[in-house]
Design a protein around this ligand. Structure first.
Ligand code: GLU
Length: 316
């Protein structure tokens, strides 16, 4: 039993939530990347990892899936470490958009920046800032960083990577538009490949819970003790997750759940309770905002039952 909230999180509670929502049939699996359409809509798992390294999990917690947009959080951290806050802020803003994740960009009229690093345009511009002499160096740096967060080696799913690489015309268009405004350098195809590869990294729900717990633990993986990101940048990641992490549902999420979070189109969601734990849910059917239907419901229930909302400081 992980006892760090008003109501402790127990395996029993996770099992109850899993049972409650397993039969939910709302939502549809993402189809715009052809390979993603093959995902099993019934796969469902909930995992919670504490900053002490304890892990509770239920359901298909060893089922692998591609991390997709959740990767944006961690590459944003890498770009911050590589370039510093000021340089990054000059290239990618931190304003929530209220637009869909893949919206054809509104670059800021004066600065030409994409709105934030959690929408595709901002994430592609962020990946462009990751240092390395060659494409392989840059990919290896991404793999090493993600390994530090997850506590194990992660691999690219080459079918999903190739599927998105051949059909990701919209992301390609965003990159070329940003190149026009000099928000990206000339390595457009290299950066797009890196971005598609980071999105195609295979994780399971346990990995995601540990990655979230690493952020909750100020950047140190609670199991391995390895540092994944300098502690001074963790608050930046959590801030953009809080305001921009849930696509055009970010405001309602902040209101209802009240935790920094990020979702991805393969059906994963991570949420961070700073100083306490990381939460991860995996279930592929998505709502109209592009987030996992079961994932949103589970996080909302967990937040309410265990009083996890960041501003939930009053006894009723
Ligand atoms: N690779 C996906 C894309 O760029 C990620 C989208 C997401 O998970 O929101 O379209």
């Amino acid at each position: 039993m992980l006892d760090f909230s008003v109501n402790p999180i127990s395996l029993e509670l996770l099992t109850q939530l899993h049972d409650r929502y397993q039969s939910c049939r709302s939502g549809t699996v993402a189809r715009y990347i052809p390979e993603l359409a093959k995902m099993n809509p019934n796969a469902f798992s909930i995992c919670v990892a504490s900053v002490d390294g304890d892990l509770l999990s239920v359901g298909d917690d060893r089922q692998l899936f591609t991390i997709q947009s959740i990767s944006k959080v961690f590459t944003y951290g890498m770009a911050l470490e590589d370039r510093g806050r000021d340089m990054l802020l000059s290239k990618v803003g931190v304003e929530p958009t209220g637009d869909l994740f893949n919206s054809i960009i509104r670059l800021d009229e004066n600065s030409k920046r994409p709105d934030n690093p959690m929408v595709n345009a901002g994430a592609i511009a962020t990946t462009n800032l990751i240092q390395g002499n060659t494409a392989t160096d840059r990919l290896n740096r991404i793999l090493n960083t993600f390994k530090a967060y997850a506590g194990r080696d992660l691999y690219v799913d080459s079918s999903v990577f190739m599927s998105e690489r051949t059909t990701g015309h919209r992301n390609r268009a965003l990159a070329y538009l940003m190149r026009h405004f000099e928000m990206m350098d000339d390595r457009i195809d290299e950066t797009l490949d890196l971005y598609f590869q980071q999105c195609a990294l295979l994780v399971d729900c346990r990995d995601l819970a540990l990655m979230a717990a690493t952020l909750a633990n100020n950047g140190v993986n609670p199991r391995s003790g390895d540092r994944a990101i300098e502690s001074k940048y963790v608050r930046d990641l959590l801030s953009v997750m809080y305001t921009c992490g849930m696509y055009n549902f970010a405001g309602e999420w902040a209101y209802r759940v009240g935790l920094p979070a990020k979702s991805g189109v393969s059906g994963g969601i991570i949420a961070v309770v700073p100083g306490k734990m990381g939460i991860a849910v995996f279930s592929p059917p998505l709502d109209s905002h592009g987030s996992s239907v079961r994932g949103v419901k589970v996080c909302e229930d967990l937040s309410n039952i265990c009083k996890l909302h960041l501003f939930d400081r009053f006894e009723s």
